[in-house]
Design a protein around this ligand. Structure first.
Ligand SMILES: [Zn+2]
Ligand SMILES: [Zn+2]
Length: 245
């Protein structure tokens, strides 16, 4: 389903859907450039990420090129530790703290995706966290064989997890997990032990939307309902939102 059609169908989600599309374009373009140009040095990868960020978000390159110096100055390698980008100390007259946080989240996204190796199959069973980048996940797919695949919102790695179980406190008592469905039957699994939730969807949702992160966005109203009831989402969605109001 094309994003334009989806916006027509769900006009209340226009802004998050457009934002989703931009971040998706950014990561795809960066992945392509990195492969085609066979880049592996930190500096040249920072270059392509910033250039693509500039073109996707239509921000003049000159106004963000200072970020490259800031990243190099920080002494951290975003190819190895993408999360270090979030703590870059930037001072800006024009941008609010939130804008800066949001921008750094977006910039880190392609670096997280670069961490993942194609075809990697490690499960979430040990810690409940993404085995590739260490992030919590709040999204899972239930396959036709009734297996649960947790999906990392940052590096996009998918790996199996207990069909019934909370990835944060490992509660596996089905009477202590409450299920809530939205009108498309995308589910919120609420853990009554630790007060967190994840969202899960079935393969038929996947066939319709073709992307787990898009399913996470179209079910934003479900996050609002669940969070109003006091349940916590531990990881951001594809567009960097964790607390949804
Ligand atoms: Zn990950
Ligand atoms: Zn729990």
């Amino acid at each position: 389903m094309k994003i334009e059609e989806l916006i027509r169908e769900k006009p209340h989600l226009q802004s998050p859907l457009e934002f989703y599309q931009k971040i998706k374009n950014l990561t795809e373009q960066c992945k392509k450039d990195k492969e085609v140009l066979k880049l592996d040095s930190g500096t040249s990868v920072i270059d392509i990420v910033l250039k693509n960020f500039s073109s996707v978000f239509q921000i003049p390159y000159e106004s963000i090129s200072f970020l490259k110096d800031e990243i190099l100055k920080s002494g951290k390698n975003p190819l190895k530790e993408p999360a270090t980008l979030w703590s870059l100390q930037l001072h800006s007259e024009e941008l609010s703290k939130e804008d800066i946080q949001r921008m750094l989240f977006i910039l880190s996204k392609p670096f997280f995706v670069f961490l993942r190796k194609e075809g990697e199959q490690v499960s979430f069973m040990d810690t409940g966290k993404c085995p590739v980048c260490g992030t919590d996940s709040s999204l899972a797919m239930i396959t036709e064989n009734n297996e649960k695949i947790m999906i990392c919102p940052l590096c996009e790695h998918g790996g199996s997890f207990f069909r019934i179980g909370c990835p944060y406190c490992f509660n596996k008592d089905s009477t202590r997990i409450e299920i809530l469905l939205d009108d498309e039957e995308i589910r919120a699994e609420l853990c009554l032990e630790c007060n967190t939730y994840i969202k899960s969807f079935k393969e038929n949702h996947y066939i319709k939307y073709r992307d787990p992160f898009l399913i996470d966005i179209v079910s934003l109203p479900l996050d609002i309902v669940v969070q109003k009831r006091g349940y916590i989402r531990r990881s951001p969605n594809f567009i960097g939102l964790r607390i949804i109001e």
